[in-house]
Design a protein around this ligand. Structure first.
Ligand SMILES: *Cc1c(COP(=O)(O)O)cnc(C)c1O
Length: 349
């Protein structure tokens, strides 16, 4: 298969079970490209983990998850009176996030007219400053609920760590408010912070929303590989590619699967910066000086240079010298950022 995510099935599944067992109340987050694994797969896996709720990013993602997961689907992007949510958005199993008093009022009015009682989570505005009510707005929100069923309160915290104080202040504000719920959805608290918060606020039932460290937490279980599609020997000065750029040395062009359509760009992922810098300094006056960029592909154990910027479905790599290169059909490893990469296939052993 062209660009393939290989998953060590036993290892991956046992990691998922371990995270579920050590995080009571876990709400798996399944959004975007499904963390590289695809939303449908994450919905099925969550179902098998036995959790009662899954969180998606947007209303557009609800339809992909509903048929594959039997529990509730919490939409983390707040419901907005200005924006339509589509038919699936009003499914009985959908739980809405509300982050403005006007939205509480509008959804309550919508529910009254349609004779339904949608379930909602009210969100507090944290130092993230993305969405949410301030603590002064909580009582107005509580009064506006009408037929809406409040199933929890939500906090989205920054990824900088040290979020316990802020989470606890909100927990206190929630318990002092007229919002009648003891369920607190939290994002980006560390394990130690979760344990501490649970101890300090025993009246609350904590629901950690976790994506990355659940699905991608055991990186060693996941490997992305690109199929070698073609190879050509080139001479020094020979012009190749869309840009007809002269090659700085003799070597081999290796054409591999994976391009901009898969989310492969000119920049290697951030995690590779130090590697990249090392390679850059080693190559001083070499390929970098020739205007080539370091690619995320590894051939023969080394990170290689793009012969030119990646194309839609393939990338052209330059392997200098006369060394051997992999055969057509063989695979080479790629270091990708999973949340921005669309693979052609996921193979689970
Ligand atoms: C994406 C997201 C999460 C999950 O984040 P990870 O870092 O992948 O665990 C949790 N909460 C909200 C509101 C999010 O948007």
């Amino acid at each position: 298969m062209p660009l393939t995510l290989h998953v060590d099935g036993d290892r991956w599944r046992s990691h998922l079970r371990r995270v579920a067992e050590t995080h009571p109340g876990l709400v798996p987050v399944a959004k975007g490209n499904g963390y590289g694994l695809g939303l449908p797969r994450l919905a099925r896996k969550s179902d098998r983990l036995g959790v009662d709720t899954i969180a998606v990013g947007t209303y557009a993602e609800v339809g992909e998850v509903l048929p594959r997961f039997g529990g509730d689907v919490l939409v983390m992007t707040p419901w907005r009176r200005e924006l339509p949510v589509g038919d699936a958005g009003y499914d009985q199993r959908v739980v809405h996030t509300l982050s403005r008093v006007v939205d509480v009022q509008s959804l309550a009015a919508h529910a009254s007219v349609s004779g339904t009682r949608p379930r909602v989570v009210v969100e507090g505005l944290t130092s993230m400053a993305r969405h949410g009510l301030t603590r002064h707005e909580l009582s107005a929100a509580a009064r506006a609920l009408g037929p809406l069923r409040l199933t929890g309160f939500a906090l989205h915290l920054p990824m900088t760590g040290g979020n316990l104080t802020e989470a606890e202040q909100w927990a206190a504000a929630l318990q002092a408010s007229q919002l009648e719920t003891t369920r607190l959805f939290v994002s980006h608290l560390s394990d130690a912070e979760l344990t501490e918060l649970a101890q300090r606020r025993p009246g609350l039932s904590l629901r950690p929303r976790i994506g990355t460290s659940l699905w991608l937490g055991d990186r060693g279980a996941l490997r992305v590989a690109a199929t070698v599609l073609d190879r050509h020997q080139v001479q020094r000065g020979e012009r190749i590619g869309y840009r007809q750029r002269p090659m700085p040395r003799a070597g081999t062009l290796v054409v591999v699967a994976g391009g901009t359509a898969h989310g492969i760009g000119l920049e290697a992922p951030a995690a590779m910066t130090s590697l990249r810098q090392r390679a850059l300094s080693l190559a001083r006056g070499g390929l970098e000086a020739a205007g080539l960029s370091l690619s995320p592909f590894r051939v023969g154990g080394k990170q290689r240079w793009f012969a030119e910027p990646p194309h839609m479905q393939a990338s052209m790599l330059f392997v200098p010298g006369a060394g051997s290169v992999p055969d057509i059909g063989a695979e080479v490893d790629v270091d990708v950022r999973f949340t921005t990469t669309y693979v052609d296939a996921v193979e689970i052993s």
